[in-house]
Design a binder for this molecule. Structure first.
Ligand code: C2E
Ligand code: MG
Ligand code: MG
Length: 611
């Protein structure tokens, strides 16, 4: 059924009254005013009228037989379609009209018979206007709701877009942060992230009395040898393998980071005592004794570990790492492949080391270095065959400082290059001075120690050539002392440099033989003229009267390879006798002379002593 109104402009009024007269009067009155009026004599007719077209207003008589106005009104109000149609009651003046009841069941107004024309019209118009206004509001509400719905939909879409953009930005940011805080080779946290975690642990310790933690600083021993000899790709592969191996020594919640190069750090949080940190260090050292099986090589790689014990008194996380680093250096100095626990005295030493570094720089500028000369005795003639040039530092406040106290620092800082070349120059110059002396043999040699660092300089040979030219010495009188580390740390380049030196008749001496890598295999591959037996073996020779320790074996090895032997640190007559009996070629030590300043070295030579 269609309840659309027929003429939308004409308001439709339904009059329900059992009296035909009433109907007529009202109908003509309203029709005149331009309303469309329909009439019903009872409920049934009224219902049919509404089912055909919904009226805009109902005028309803109260007094009707069978179903009275109240009941009809109730029925209209209970039916959805008609519930909103305003109902105006019609009552005769003498009717018993219950207004309260009329309003209660939904009537909006009433008119009384006989009809007062103006009043009826006013009340009808009023109700129609009210209803129109209500409908307008309803329509506006619907429209508003639709707009809100549409706008909400748009907003929701925009919101979704924004949210997904935020998420993708967050993901990107997280990725960037990840990159910034991780090491690209191993995927481990890097120094920045490690410091953050360390800072957190430190703050935790400052707040919670019982909270304790430790830092391990790990540096691979001689990693450079792998890089130099097998190449960086193998070095990288090894670093990844080391990272994995270290991870297996840790449990979750313990942070392993790569600080750079071959350095790693570990943060052990919430541990109850230092022994737990030591146990971790021991486990790592144990694990590192197993070989690393790389794609093409099997290699060994051990490490030195420094441990610092976290404590709330540290101002900055970096200081904790620094102390673990200092302890690690101590572990290296004590022989590598071990751990060392930091103690505050070490910090003082580290500071002194820094002082030393600064002093050393100044010393280079102010030329505070001297060269002393220690005679080397030929055991066949018993006479001085040459001198070893030994560096001394004339420190403005500390006096004469031994090279053992500053050579390693000079090497670390790179100052050794300048210093060592200067020693070579002075020594060659000194040789020239000595050789001018008529009493002195032209075969007198001068030995100069060369640091491993020098072999990294691309122009080492050219520099040596230049010094030989300038000082006009015979290259055959020059001996260069190198240690095993020169070979091990520069395996790629050193062979060709040594060959070039040999072509110039310069003699090459392996210094401190037996104290380093103790690998005999390299001896064959390098053009060495002599082995210098370290003073520690000479010293032990006396302790082992029967077999004289390793010295006989060393001499025979040198012999078999056509090399001469020089014994270092000879202090007693007995040692001299023993060395002679073993056919050692040369000797050097306090028995003959301390290292001397140049003037005294010349004096000694000219007195031609003999042993
Ligand atoms: P080295 O080359 O093995 O030098 C021998 C060291 O033993 C010297 O110490 C010398 O004074 C000392 N010595 C000599 N005779 C005896 C002895 O009978 N008993 C004992 N106990 N020691 C003796 P020095 O002069 O303190 O030099 C120490 C090290 O410093 C040298 O060991 C060398 O490795 C390094 N060095 C010295 N001068 C230079 C240099 O000009 N350049 C480089 N790169 N290193 C140098
Ligand atoms: Mg030496
Ligand atoms: Mg030596």
């Amino acid at each position: 059924m269609n309840y659309q109104r027929l003429d939308p402009d004409k308001k439709d009024i339904l009059i329900v009254d059992d009296l035909a007269d009433n109907l007529r009067v009202l109908s003509s009155l309203l029709t005149r005013e331009g309303y469309k009026v329909r009439k019903a004599l009872n409920w049934q007719m009224a219902l049919i009228a509404c089912q055909t077209v919904l009226p805009d207003l109902i005028l309803l008589d109260i007094m009707m037989p069978e179903i009275d106005g109240y009941e009809v009104c109730k029925r209209f109000k209970s039916w959805d379609l008609t519930a909103d149609i305003p109902v105006i009651f019609i009552s005769a003046l003498d009717d018993v009209f219950d207004k309260v009841k009329a309003f209660k069941i939904g009537g909006v107004d009433y008119i009384t018979k006989p009809f007062e024309v103006q009043e009826v019209l006013a009340r009808v118009q009023n109700q129609l206007a009210l209803r129109a206004a209500q409908q307008e509001i309803l329509n506006l509400n619907i429209e508003l709701e639709q707009r809100v719905k549409q706008r909400t939909g748009e907003l929701e879409k925009t919101l979704q877009k924004l949210q997904s953009e935020i998420i993708s930005r967050q993901q990107l940011q997280k990725k960037l942060l990840d990159i910034a805080l991780h090491d690209s080779l191993t995927g481990l946290p890097n120094r920045a992230l490690f410091i953050r975690r360390l800072e957190k642990a430190l703050n935790h310790a400052k707040q919670e009395y019982n909270y304790q933690f430790a830092v391990l600083f790990l540096d691979c021993d001689r990693f450079k040898v792998i890089n130099d000899s097998l190449g960086h790709l193998v070095g990288d592969e090894l670093l990844i393998a080391i990272a994995h191996r270290l991870q297996t020594c840790l449990i979750s919640g313990q942070t392993l980071a790569r600080l750079g190069g071959d350095e790693f750090a570990i943060l052990l949080e919430n541990i109850t005592n230092i022994n737990l940190a030591i146990q971790v260090a021991e486990r790592i050292l144990q694990q590192l004794t197993l070989t690393f099986k790389l794609t093409r090589y099997e290699v060994f790689m051990n490490a030195s570990i420094g441990i610092s014990w976290g404590n709330k008194d540290y101002d900055r996380p970096e200081y904790l790492l620094r102390d673990a680093d200092t302890a690690m250096y101590r572990a290296k100095a004590l022989g590598r492949a071990r751990y060392h626990v930091f103690d505050p005295a070490m910090y003082q030493e580290a500071l002194q080391l820094l002082d030393l570094e600064n002093d050393l720089r100044r010393a280079v500028e102010r030329q505070e270095f001297l060269v002393y000369y220690q005679p080397i005795i030929s055991l066949s003639t018993g006479r001085i065959s040459g001198f070893e040039a030994l560096l001394r530092w004339q420190h403005p406040s500390r006096g004469l400082v031994s090279p053992t106290e500053f050579i390693s620092v000079a090497e670390e800082t790179g100052l050794i290059n300048t210093i060592n070349i200067w020693v070579l120059q002075s020594a060659c110059h000194q040789l020239r001075v000595l050789q001018r002396h008529s009493l002195i043999s032209q075969s007198l040699t001068i030995s100069v120690n060369l640091s491993a660092r020098l072999f990294l300089q691309p122009n080492l040979v050219a520099q040596i050539d230049q010094i030989i030219n300038e000082t006009k010495i015979n290259a055959a009188n020059l001996e260069l002392e190198i240690t095993e580390s020169v070979i091990m740390e520069n395996i790629n380049t050193v062979s060709s440099i040594l060959q070039q030196l040999r072509q110039r008749q310069i003699k090459l001496v392996m210094d401190d033989f037996g104290t380093g890598y103790s690998s005999l295999s390299y001896l064959h591959n390098f053009p060495l003229n002599a082995l210098k037996i370290d003073k520690s073996f000479v010293k032990r020779m006396q302790e082992n009267q029967n077999n004289m320790g390793l010295v006989p074996a060393m001499i025979s090895i040198a012999d078999s390879m056509g090399m001469a032997t020089i014994a270092e640190g000879v202090e007693t007559q007995e040692q001299l006798v023993q060395l002679r009996s073993l056919n050692c070629n040369f000797a050097q030590g306090y028995l003959f002379s301390q290292p001397l300043e140049p003037k005294l070295a010349l004096e000694m030579l000219t007195t031609t002593p003999q042993w």
